[in-house]
Write a protein that binds this ligand. Structure first.
Ligand code: PLP
Length: 488
């Protein structure tokens, strides 16, 4: 049948019509009783936050709960909504695609899938890349990278990973990640396949050196890790700027040094850019920021404009020994809605100049926060670039003791004031919960100047308040945090 002979797009060939009433739809999407909420919470296998989110400003940074309370969102919902909530162009692409196809089997391409492969192949340093898309997100894309490294280096099944890294919640990527007690209780699954090296966290240098004079001595630690590996190393997986681990960019020159090391030892360098790509760091990717092309680049989060998606980009010669038709197969992996959304999302980022906007706004915000640091002792460090901002709270600047409890109180107080923030991952040291002391400021890149002003005012108020919490109250805050995390 020729395209002309098809039914008009938007109609089905049989007369299937919508039976669900408007009232039913509203009941599903807009209305809920206290009783329904309480029973659903009991039935949920995972803990759920108290706030029930309902809708967001189209293309904006403000989200509303089911009772209409507004929040400026400095989390972009897991650093994902770079183009804001429900961007009209993303919605238009999804709606149009929905009327054509919502699902096809993995091996079938659709037009948006083919266009997205072509688009991603040439967007990043080191291009052209070969592309593998998924719909489960970053963890699955990281696993695809590990698989491709093993295919291209037969017999090698060891991966170097950094301390405080986070790469996903599948069993392999959990082990690749730092053991974060609130996130995983399966730290040893497949441990034999990973060797950890210290991440270059300059504020807390693993070698206790000064950034200006260290000569990147921490690269030697990577070399030692390579030599200590008890098998053949296939790849080195790293976030070029750590997110969950505390908003920590690698220092200048580090990734270039890492690339050289990897080349010397025939190891594939894999950048996990789930958090850093698509304008978050003021340019399209951290690879671009540092001008270092990895062998493989992993994407997710902000790629889909709010729809689930993940992607592995691999140096084109690695594709010569690529996947079979089954190795990356998943039922929903050819996801027409996600791929259409991603095409619209990339177009919006470019058209609205969101990389530049993120860079300029990030410079303004970090300058203001550094001024505030002069007045508030518990601000130990302010880190950027772009709208990838972390503010590390400490008990005092000398000892750098993480102000874990003050950070928890900060997040709660800010929420009451109408701003959502989140914090870095925790650690348990000698049975005590620590770290989780970096406040993240990572809103949609479309956040308005007025909203950002309100964010800064709220930040200033809250940090001044929590700086005054007496030591005697901190224990109560910790107990509550441990109880909420099922760790008490
Ligand atoms: C750097 C990084 N990699 C991987 C992941 C895992 O992505 P997903 O949750 O989509 O599997 C995350 C999620 O937070 C992440 O921050």
């Amino acid at each position: 049948m020729s395209i002309d002979a098809q039914p008009t797009l938007g109609q089905t060939s049989q007369e299937t019509s919508q039976e669900t009433s408007q009232e039913t739809l509203e009941n599903w999407l807009d209305q809920i009783t206290d009783d329904e909420i309480a029973t659903a919470r009991q039935l949920s296998l995972v803990p759920l936050k108290s706030t029930i989110l309902h809708h967001g400003d189209p293309g904006g940074a403000t989200v509303y709960d089911h009772k209409g309370q507004a929040y400026i969102d400095c989390t972009a919902q897991a650093w994902t909504l770079n183009v804001g909530y429900c961007h009209p162009d993303v919605i238009a692409a999804i709606e149009a695609q929905m009327r054509r196809l919502t699902h096809v089997r993995y091996a079938y391409p659709t037009i948006p899938r083919l266009k997205l492969i072509r688009r991603l192949a040439t967007m990043f340093p080191g291009s052209p890349y070969q592309v593998c898309l998924n719909v489960q997100g970053g963890g699955a894309a990281n696993e695809a990278a590990m698989k491709l490294a093993m295919i291209n280096k037969p017999g090698a099944d060891i991966f170097l990973v950094a301390s405080h890294g986070y790469h996903g919640a599948s069993l392999a990527t959990l082990t690749a990640s730092q053991y974060f007690p609130m996130v995983t209780r399966f730290p040893s699954f497949g441990r034999a396949h990973f060797v950890r090296f210290p991440y270059p966290y300059c504020y807390r240098c693993p070698l206790a050196k000064e950034p200006r004079t260290c000569g990147l001595a921490c690269l030697d630690l990577v070399e030692q890790a390579i030599r200590s590996a008890h098998g053949v190393v296939a790849g080195l997986l790293i976030e070029p700027m750590q997110g969950a681990g505390g908003q920590v960019p690698t220092p200048p020159g580090y990734l270039a040094g890492l690339k050289e090391l990897c080349q010397q030892h025939d190891i594939f360098l894999i950048f996990d850019e789930c958090q850093t790509a698509f304008g978050r760091v003021g340019v399209m990717s951290a690879a671009e920021y540092y001008n270092v092309a990895p062998d493989m680049l992993v994407l997710s989060k902000a790629l889909g404009g709010g729809l689930p998606i993940g992607a592995l980009l691999a140096r084109s010669d690695l594709g010569l020994k690529g996947f079979t038709s089954a190795e990356e197969h998943t039922t929903f992996g050819s996801a027409p809605l996600s791929f259409a959304a991603a095409l619209a999302n990339i177009a919006v980022i470019e058209r609205e100049g969101l990389c530049e906007r993120s860079r300029i706004m990030g410079e303004m915000v970090t300058a203001r926060l550094r001024q505030l640091q002069e007045e508030v002792d518990i601000i130990g460090d302010v880190r950027c670039p772009g709208l990838f901002i972390g503010v590390e709270l400490v008990e005092d600047r000398e000892s750098k003791t993480p102000a874990t409890e003050r950070a928890a109180a900060f997040v709660e107080l800010a929420k009451q004031a109408g701003v959502l923030f989140d914090v870095s991952m925790p650690e348990i040291v000698r049975g005590r919960l620590t770290m989780r002391n970096v406040i993240k400021i990572k809103p949609p890149l479309t956040i308005t100047e007025e909203e950002m002003e309100q964010v800064l005012e709220t930040f200033t108020f809250c940090v001044q308040q929590v700086a005054q919490i007496p030591a005697s109250m901190k224990q109560d805050i910790v107990r509550q945090m441990m109880a909420e995390a099922n760790l008490a």
